[in-house]
Design a protein around this ligand. Structure first.
Ligand code: FMN
Length: 185
């Protein structure tokens, strides 16, 4: 069982990255192999809208996304993680999400077969956990269309300072639990 995490925060030791690490630790406890990629440190261009992925079967943009495609192909489960920026996931993760169009056929059916397991971790300064859900709910929806199956969701609210997730045993426990579920379900 291989679990890949795509962590989109520019803070490698920030809130969302900390919860990713907790999730992956939970997965390792039940025997999974795990890897975290910090996509902010990678070179990833926005989708060029050339439909090369539909015409030739693969994305034509040669950048670090090619590494991510290969690692997604090899993974059984993928974790997506982002801080909330301006009510939604950050641009780093949105850029990767757009490039995942590569996994859709022209009729929008999925090229991911069998479906992979997935999780979405989002952290926000705002203490009201409900406030951005109308925007964030599009992510599990698009992951489902891409072929990722049910998405386990972890929303860390009220996390303003970068180390605040380290003081939240409730979120840490939930992250570990999701890690175990991804690795064993
Ligand atoms: C550019 C920017 C925009 C932000 N926008 C929001 C927002 O709309 N709502 C919110 O609750 N927090 C917002 N925040 C706060 C972050 O979501 C919060 O601090 C988060 O826990 C940071 O996660 P990280 O440590 O993983 O980077 C914003 C932070 C930045 C830098």
């Amino acid at each position: 069982m291989k679990i890949l995490a795509l962590s989109a925060s520019p803070h490698p030791h920030g809130n969302s990255a900390h919860l990713v690490d907790e999730l992956l630790a939970g997965a390792r406890e039940v025997g999974a192999q795990t890897e975290r990629l910090d996509i902010n440190a990678m070179s990833i261009k926005g989708c060029q809208g050339d439909y090369a992925c539909k015409r030739f079967g693969k994305c034509g943009v040669k950048d670090d996304m090619q590494t991510i495609y290969q690692k997604i192909d090899e993974a059984d489960a993928v974790v997506f993680a982002s801080p909330v920026y301006m009510l939604n996931i950050n641009a780093q993760l949105k850029t990767v999400m757009d490039r995942l169009f590569h996994y859709m056929n022209m009729d929008l059916s999925s090229r991911i077969n069998p479906p992979k397991r997935s999780a979405l971790i989002v952290t926000q300064g705002q203490p009201d956990a409900e406030l951005f859900k109308p925007y964030l709910s599009a992510i599990p929806q698009i992951l489902g269309m891409l072929g990722f199956g049910e998405t386990h969701m972890l929303l860390g609210e009220g996390l303003r300072a970068p180390d605040e997730a380290t003081k939240r045993p409730d979120l840490q426990a939930r992250a570990r639990e999701i890690g175990k579920q991804l690795a064993t379900a």
